[in-house]
Design a protein around this ligand. Sequence first.
Ligand code: PEP
Ligand code: MG
Length: 539
Amino acid sequence: MITLRGKGVSKGVALGRLVFLERSAVTVEKQPVSDTAGEIERFQAALRTAAEQLDKLSTEMVEKIGKKNALLFEIHRMMLDDPDFCDPVIAIIERERLCAEYAVMEAGKRLAQDFAEMDDEYMSERAADVRDVANRVIAVLTGNQSPVSSGNEPVILAAPDFSPSETAQFDRSLVLALVSQQGAANSHTAIFARTMGIPAIIGLGASLSPGLAGKQAALDGETGEFCVEPDPETVQTFEKRREQFQKEQRELEPFRGKPTVSPSGQRIKLYANIGSVTDVEAALSGDAEGIGLFRSEFLYLGREDYPEEDVQYESYRKAVELMRNKPVIIRTMDIGADKQVGYFDLPKEENPALGMRAIRICLTRPSLFKTQLRAIYRASAHGNVAIMFPMINTLEELRQAKAMAREAREELAAETIPFNPETPIGIMIETPASAVISDLLAPESDFFSIGTNDLTQYTLAVDRQNESISAFCDTRHEAIIRLIRMTVENAHRAGIWAGICGMLGADQALTKTFLDMGLDELSVEPSYVLPLRKHIGEL
Ligand code: PEP
Ligand code: MG
């Protein structure tokens, strides 16, 4: 038995024969041409054929992968007209006097590379789409258009990587699961696999070699475990997991698209937490009614320098548009503590969790804060946005933060840049201090979202990062419950809503307590939405 571990990107368990995807080999040779005008005409004819294919695909795929996902083929179709793609192809044909298929391959490679190097994670993952479009045009030019084939028995399909259009076109009944050597968690391939309910693991590396083809395999698309030639005991374990997973999924389906309501008729909103725009797909397929916490600081992590206003705006706008008119609550950056960013040059602190973090950074670096507020307000012109400040401790902090928001609005108005002036402004209740003075904070806030992860750390004096003291971290401690209850009561007295966006919101042992308190919203990881709705429906 060989055991490999990759990144599980689409949940589910599969057992079956491993087959390496046979792609009809397309060989592109560097052929010189004398009639460059004729070659350009051949390229343009190939673009027209590829466009017809994509028009057809985008209609056919609506049923299979949903309208939103099928939009990808319209985007691929638009790439065919994009000068960034076409002009370099024509330049290579004209200047280097080379054949069209070689020019498309070269230009496609360079454009894909440009995308791959972009800072924005979403944009860099679009490199796969560029390659996909270029391969389609090459296939037309070389006359090599036989569809990818996986044979006619259901198998676990392996490949170095899968392109988005390949994945979308797989016959679900013939593909038990997908495994690849490379890949990105938020590529369209992973998104489609999740949408189509195909378990998938990416990033298994070169150990996933074609030499394994034909062998039996078992995998778990959640944990990323992949076993080739599993022994009988492992087969049994995976079979049990598969049964359990299928049972759980079947039981969730009746709750999809339904409001969240308890048997006594009490309604509660179930939102999802996301860390980037690429998580929106998971929130939608998890059936979240909105985004209750967009942890915007992830935009600042893993970069060399501050993300500019436009970069942030694009990211927030995309999330808001993808959510259609559902609420998207964007938390302003919570940098510091466990989320350190080199270019912020934060002071070295003994206790960073008690130090310069979140709103404290924003209030001491106003221009940084203003850039983010402007970007969020600009996104508010495209949908249902709310702003949320983290780690508010005093009324004064709230007022200062709101004054910055007002300045951002005034600037945008003066520049005639559209935004929603009514964008709600709420705060996170994450410290005992804010819970205790929630009666003072409520009249000046549009909503409260209780960050129980930090509220627990600060109330019980247990470092949330320190695994060795986890035994002392009683997340259901009566002190936490009382602080939550106090916060909800004060919110309601002031006529605003209150929710929970910390992990405690998904603790089903407390759901009944939360409903009895009258909590209005729970925001949880996307995959917890449906299980929680089911639980509430059956309380
Ligand atoms: C929290 O503290 O509960 C919370 C939701 O914020 P974060 O986990 O990002 O600190
Ligand atoms: Mg927090």
